[in-house]
Design a protein around this ligand. Structure first.
Ligand SMILES: C[S@@+](CC[C@H](N)C(=O)[O-])C[C@H]1O[C@@H](n2cnc3c(N)ncnc32)[C@H](O)[C@@H]1O
Length: 327
């Protein structure tokens, strides 16, 4: 791809999320007008709609997103049992669940393609909730947070009652998160505009010990700046950062078919190429203390064939390279 083509692709993805979040905000507004008030109910209602409808640009050259009912989900009752007039019965093979949703989906876990239930999701929020439980964080910050669905889910999944922050690139995602946040008083949520390659953390209050996370957001940044991770490390006195990002293909150990396909998908979409390199360089320059890398460990259960890896680091540089007894 030449420079002009790359720039066009970049603009396309940028405007995709601006429109995608505005479209979903419209859904929330309609539901709120109907009387819905709870952010988590709204997020689950959206998830449900997205199981039955796809949200796509209306066709080649079309600028607006459209909702299309999924053709593979039939109306009416789904049955796989035949009864004959004598009351004998046969259970037949089936491809659809009683909801009409496909019984199986294709995914990736570790280094293998697998099939799994369509209802199987990898619960990154439970991972976050457990991590938070093991530490005394005094704030949680998601960077590239969209409409902050992860932060709402973490709060309603028993996350601690400490300040939450969502930094997001798009205006529509930020406004949508603010609209949902205004529906409740239980959770302290601050939403602000954030660009990984031009970071500004001034919206974040003074905290001692924060958890920062990213979830399929650095994914969208073709070349992460070498300054970004060190800048995150300075957000507070103590920073722990978890990346739920699809960088598994960037690990050049035991490269397999999954990695090759993943890499070519990322090259075609102009998505992130260098998160792993940034992590390793920051470690070598003693800017971060990298403690864990799990390749494709969260699978791709809700992300098509785009498996999520985990990287964990903190800013305790003095602890770099120390033996981790529980690893
Ligand atoms: C796949 S969505 C994930 C959103 C959210 N993390 C979640 O899991 O629901 C990717 C997000 O990254 C955001 N993004 C894209 N480029 C960005 C950048 N340069 N800085 C910060 N966020 C960015 C997009 O606007 C979008 O909200």
């Amino acid at each position: 791809m030449n420079e002009a083509e790359l720039a066009k692709l970049h603009k396309m993805w940028e405007s995709f999320y601006e429109k995608a979040w505005a479209f979903r905000k419209g859904f929330f507004e309609d539901e709120i007008a109907e009387g819905e008030r709870n952010p988590l109910r709204l997020i689950h209602l959206l998830d449900q709609r997205e199981r039955f409808y796809t949200t796509r640009f209306g066709g080649v050259g079309k600028e607006e997103l459209e909702l299309t009912k999924r053709k593979d989900i039939p109306e009416g009752r789904i049955s796989n049992i035949d009864f004959d007039p004598n009351g004998e019965w046969t259970v037949n093979d089936f491809s659809l669940l009683p909801t009409g949703v496909s019984a199986v989906d294709k995914g990736v876990f570790s280094s293998s393609y697998i099939t799994h239930s369509s209802y199987m999701k990898c619960d990154k929020i439970a991972v976050l909730a457990d991590l938070v439980m093991r530490h005394e964080f005094d704030a949680v910050i998601e960077l590239g947070s969209g409409y902050s669905q992860n932060l709402f889910k973490l709060h309603y999944q028993g996350g601690p009652k400490i300040p939450y922050y969502g930094g997001e690139y798009t205006e529509s995602g930020t406004e949508c998160a603010k609209m949902l946040g205004a529906l409740q008083e239980d959770m302290s949520l601050t939403n602000f505009r954030y660009d990984f390659n031009n970071p500004d953390y001034s919206a974040i209050g003074e905290h001692e010990n924060v958890l920062v996370f990213t979830c399929h957001a650095i994914e969208q940044v073709q070349n992460l700046s070498a300054e970004t991770l060190p800048s995150i490390a300075k957000i507070a006195k103590k920073v722990t950062c978890v990346h739920f990002e699809p960088f598994g293909y960037q690990l050049k150990q035991q490269v397999n078919e999954v990695d090759r396909n993943h890499q070519s998908m990322f090259a075609q979409r102009n998505w992130n190429q260098n998160l792993l390199k940034c992590l390793l360089n920051a470690q070598r320059k003693k800017e971060i203390n990298l403690s864990f890398i799990g390749k494709n460990i969260m699978g791709s259960f809700d992300r098509g064939l785009n498996p999520t890896s985990i990287a964990v680091w903190d800013n305790d540089i003095a602890a770099q390279g120390q033996f981790k007894p529980n690893a």
